[in-house]
Ligand binder design. Structure first.
Ligand code: FES
Length: 110
């Protein structure tokens, strides 16, 4: 894997997200209340709602448009909701956010 440094965890509000533009489209990077980070598609499979503007609770996000809920770990919709969102490997290293460059269509760090 080639890890791309996309910023510091403090660039993301607690229980919020920020957008990273990649070759595979906008990736939303979420920060949970437990200081974990997850990267997933920003686009809700229902009607394209911006998941980065949703509410993060536990390890899930609720879409701001019609309240569908997705697991940030697996991308699967929860409960009666349908579909899934793409998820991407991300890790934390001394507060830096490292996104898997290969998974987002980039071969090496710029
Ligand atoms: S667009 Fe996300 S729930 Fe409808």
């Amino acid at each position: 894997m080639s890890w791309i440094d996309i910023g510091h965890i403090d660039d993301i509000p607690l229980r919020g997200a920020r957008i990273v533009k990649t070759a595979v489209g906008c990736v939303a990077v979420f920060r949970t209340a437990e200081e974990e980070v997850f990267a997933a598609s920003n686009s809700c499979p229902h009607k394209g709602g911006p998941l980065s503007e949703g509410i993060v609770h536990g390890k899930s996000v609720t879409c701001p448009l019609h309240n569908w809920v997705f697991s940030l770990e697996t991308g699967e919709a929860q409960g009666a909701d349908e579909g899934r969102i793409a998820t991407y490997p991300i890790r934390l290293d001394a507060g830096r956010l490292l996104l898997d460059g290969e998974a987002v269509g980039k071969r090496s760090a710029a």
